[in-house]
Unconditional design. Structure first.
Length: 517
């Protein structure tokens, strides 16, 4: 009976071309002829990495294998099938369930125990090679970036790559770039600029018409003011709009020939920030929500907008108002100016808790607590977490062995592996946390500096910090017709007198408390 097979070929990068596929196919056809195998079909993935199973023709081949009709999948070399041992084991197992075996032209392996061990070693070496190659390629590209040389792909509009791999200005394209910046700084929108350029016959670097997105990308590109930028995007898998943290991006001022001046580039960025966006509902923050109680009816005070003045002089301002009063349910307690009440509450927090004397006391207490927590020997916890991680990884390996032996199916393998993988990541995070404790170095001066910064900067400017401080330090605020009582978590009271009657919106002098002891 004639044996049948299909060929699977792959090349992975710009360094390989169609000739690589031709060479693989030539070797596979020669192998089939010598082995009396009838080649029924050919599957090809171009510019696809073997480290992932997300390959169109590869998945098509696996899917069609369910129907049978052939005996072998023939590859030029095992690393064309997969460079990841897990993927290799899983998909070869799938093929085996359908009576199909993977054959390699260059690595002629039989079913002997020695061949099985050798095959495993080859797969491991392929995986190592792939990981090491990625590391070395990234290292080389980083060096290129530091030297401001071209790192592959299309250069931006306005630039070409010279013989020394340095960027040089393409004068015709640079004229287009300057025109884009000039029009944008003159008030033209992205769509209008794109339309004008298309009508004048200009094209993008990919010889396509301009669009809103392509104009936007040019406006924000630092390269046009002479800055070499590399490694900005996180990865191709996460999409082109996901960027790394600034500390991970290589930027070299003056690394490229300049096309636009700093003044023009920064003006464009300023315009972009201030350009009107589609109207959105403004979310107003009320710091004291959930802390305010009406002394008259016991109902909560909530944030509300109010107006004052007449005609063109009418202005809106934030207030806190009793819920029963707002609903017209009989409560006579009046609203209170939100800005002034919030300022009085924050002032009381600063004066009671964040005075210079109290900051000294808190710094000592925080230092003592840190010494207590970080001074403890956590080597036992580190050893225990390490053992747990090792046990989890052993379970992962045993699961894979069970799958390869046919004792469990792939659904069970995936379900259990995913659970174990999640547990391992949690344990590894805990382990890093324990290890990092040894590296924390804080002293009272640093703590004091932080607390002063919290009082003088964050508590003035940062809304999230204000909210956290209110939640932490304020227990309750009772609104009386002529005063406000603030109950703090230190069980001391601060009384703030407020004019009652006709004008409940002005605060009198805040009565200070003695410092914390």
């Amino acid at each position: 009976m004639i044996k049948t097979g299909v060929a699977y070929c792959r090349f992975s990068s710009d360094n390989q071309r169609q000739e690589s596929i031709d060479a693989q196919l030539r070797a596979i056809r020669k192998f089939c002829k010598e082995s009396s195998i009838y080649l029924k079909k050919i599957f090809i993935d171009e510019a696809q990495s073997g480290t992932t199973d997300k390959r169109d023709d590869f998945q098509k081949m696996i899917s069609e294998s369910k129907e049978g009709g052939w005996d072998y999948v023939i590859v030029h070399k095992l690393d064309r099938f997969a460079r990841n041992r897990y993927d290799s084991a899983v998909y070869r197992r799938k093929l085996k369930e359908h009576g199909i075996k993977v054959l390699s032209v260059l690595e002629k392996l039989d079913d002997s125990p020695e061949a099985i061990i050798l095959e495993s070693m080859l797969e491991g070496m392929n995986e190592y090679y792939s990981a090491n190659l990625a590391r070395e390629v990234n290292k080389g590209m980083t060096e290129n970036a530091l030297k401001c040389t071209h790192n592959g792909g299309k250069p931006p509009l306005g630039y070409d790559v010279g013989p020394d791999k340095k960027y040089v200005i393409n004068q015709h394209e640079a004229e287009c770039v300057r025109k884009i910046f000039d029009m944008y700084c003159a008030g033209y929108g992205f769509n209008t600029i794109a339309s004008i350029l298309n009508n004048e016959g200009y094209k993008t670097k990919f010889d396509k018409k301009f669009s809103k997105n392509s104009i936007h990308d040019i406006i924000i590109n630092e390269k046009y003011r002479g800055v070499y930028v590399w490694g900005k995007r996180l990865s191709k898998k996460t999409g082109n709009r996901v960027y790394k943290d600034d500390s991970q991006i290589i930027r070299v001022e003056g690394g490229l020939p300049r096309i636009v001046s700093d003044d023009v580039w920064y003006l464009a960025q300023s315009i972009k920030k201030t350009r009107l966006k589609p109207r959105m509902v403004v979310k107003r923050v009320y710091l004291l929500t959930g802390k305010l109680t009406c002394s008259e009816c016991g109902y909560a005070y909530t944030g509300s907008m109010n107006t004052k003045g007449n005609g063109d002089k009418r202005i809106k301002y934030r207030t806190y108002v009793c819920g029963n009063h707002k609903k017209g349910l009989g409560c006579k307690n009046k609203s209170i100016d939100a800005d002034k009440l919030e300022e009085a509450v924050l002032s009381s927090i600063k004066e009671v808790f964040l005075s210079d004397d109290n900051i000294d006391v808190m710094a000592k207490q925080i230092q003592a607590k840190l010494d207590e927590q970080l001074g403890a020997d956590n080597s036992v916890a580190i050893d225990d977490l390490t053992r747990q991680i090792t046990r989890m990884k052993d379970k992962m390996n045993k699961l894979l062995d069970l799958y390869l032996d046919g004792n469990i199916n792939q659904d069970i393998l995936n379900a259990k592996s995913n659970g174990l993988d999640s547990d391992i990541k949690i344990l590894e995070a805990e382990l890093e946390k324990e290890k990092s404790k040894k590296n924390i170095i804080l002293d009272q001066n640093k703590i004091k500096k932080f607390l002063h910064h919290l009082r003088d900067t964050y508590l003035k400017n940062d809304e999230e910090t204000k909210k956290q401080m209110v939640n932490f330090f304020i227990y309750n605020i009772t609104i009386y017709p002529d005063s406000v009582k603030i109950t703090m978590t230190c069980d001391k009271l601060v009384n703030i007198s407020i004019y009652g009657g006709g004008d409940p919106t002005h605060l009198k002098e805040l009565l200070l408390l003695p410092p914390i002891t």
